[in-house]
Design a protein. Sequence first.
Lengths: 325, 309
Amino acid sequence: MSVTLLEIDNLSVDYETARGDLKALRNISFDVNKGEIVGIVGESGCGKSTLISAILRLIAPNTRFRSGEVRFKGEDLLTRSESEMRGLRGGDISIVFQDPMQTHNPVIAIGKQMTDIQHRSNATKAEKLATAAKMLGAVGIPDPELRLGQYPHEFSGGMRQRIAIAMALMSEPDLLIADEPTTALDATLEVQIIERLKDLQRDLGCAVLFISHHLGVIAELCDRVVVMYAGAVVESGTVREIFHNPKHPYTRRLIECDPGHIKERARILPTIPGEVPDLANLPDGCIFRDRCDQAMDRCAQVPPLARLSEGHNAACWLNHAEEVA
Amino acid sequence: MSPILEVKDLQTSYGTVNVLAGVSFTVEQGETYAMVGESGSGKTTVIRAIAGLAPAQAGSVKFDGQEIRGVGERAMRPLRKDIAMMFQDPTGSLSPRLTIRNLITEPYKIQGMKDRDLDAEAKRLLELVNLPAHFADRYPYQLSGGQARRVGVARALALEPKLILADEPTAGLDVSVQGELLNLLNDLRERLDLSMVIITHNLNVVRHVADRMGILYLGRLVEEGTTEAIFHEPRHPYTNCLLSANPEPDPDARLDRIALKGEPPSLVKRPTGCEFRDRCPMASDICTQVPHWEVTDGHGVRCLTPRHL
């Protein structure tokens, strides 16, 4: 029986702006089990970054939590004090950010940065340095002891991202949040990072919340997938259900659009016409209605995220065909 | 007919850093040529050197039969009418304080074409890239990434160039809109008989637009051929690695991955022998020798142990 580690329950988050409330996240619900890799996939403006900042409570001043809970090991993080949150961040929950060129302090040697973040440990400085070297080795940096004295600019982009992963995993977190960790990297390095992350996850057994817009990476790495569009979850399920049996038109179209999917040279590539709706001025009904080629009258009402089979949910009326509207 | 662009043994160094170590390729009239390479391979330097925006110490760049390498800014300026650049960062390459109308008609002003009806031109260009006419009054911050790209395309097309140099035209775009831009480029090229050089690190993207492609590694072409040939019978192990480094959107995809070891070596201290050998899964003793560029059936490769031969 899998144990739930993180539960996002009906989470809604607004940003207060001059144009009115921007409804960045609406009724988000999903779970992450212990030791599981869950992928969040979605395009620009779908709310991926807001979701991460909401989980970590690293929020902009104009953020308003409107409803819901973020439960970590059963306790709601949204009611925790700031000092309790500080204890969690970089402890039980850690994060790898998108841009490896900007995550490290440029004027402090890597070894010092890696010992500084072990400030909670009572180990001696030498022991901390040894841990740092061990982690660098674990992420495949050659000659780790020698490289501890070097500065971020002396490492390549791929190495810096691996160092960021090493630092995030040093506290042996229960949950690692990876925010587009491979987007800034070349394809060959992306593959290296993913394989490394898979190995480390297997060794350490931590759960990973992996955020990406790259379907190929999600398909390869994740156990379960949550598909987001314009601040809402439109579909969630096991990686096979999502990729082989997508039940939401957005998921289906997104997979079709991925050029990795199109094996023969095509003169006209598939696209999803239209734009993401304005979240400060939400349209009525299904959020994807304006861009959906299967939209019908019923889509004027918001479809619920309904359970279709064990572990597969989708928010689309097409899956309710037999019922009376 | 002579090629629209003929680049021969182009070399660029910044101080002791040898960025381009002799790049040669040609682009025929109406052809789309993709230059594929990873960070630091020198791909951006190639097109910047062609456009006269980066130095090139040696070699030759012939545009429409005319030598343009090192001709200087004064001689280059009228040529920029015929050679248009599309820059990588869509919003960053547009001045935030100019309206879209001013941005896409700026080339006419720079080239002193004062007799043009700029409003009419702006309308024509927006229509060409499928943007509504009222976008002329917008500012760059009011555009999405995909729209900003299309403004970049409109601006590049303003002076009816013969050759377009596009730097990562789909980088940073969402998958659902990146197809739109590629469709637009394909369409424009057919309608306007454009020749294009596209720089990218994404093989999946160029598969659908390029006629021929070159694979660049450490400032040297390691393989060149038709898009079909590169995808179906890659000969250089590096090309193989690039092709297999593309995670597929299918959890059951059989991974027959050729892992690439390590990271690109330093340009300051180029490896001896075959420059790819330290990372090559096929490397053997013979690779301490320098491989030469060999072409069979229009398919060029720089490797001592090529595949499919």
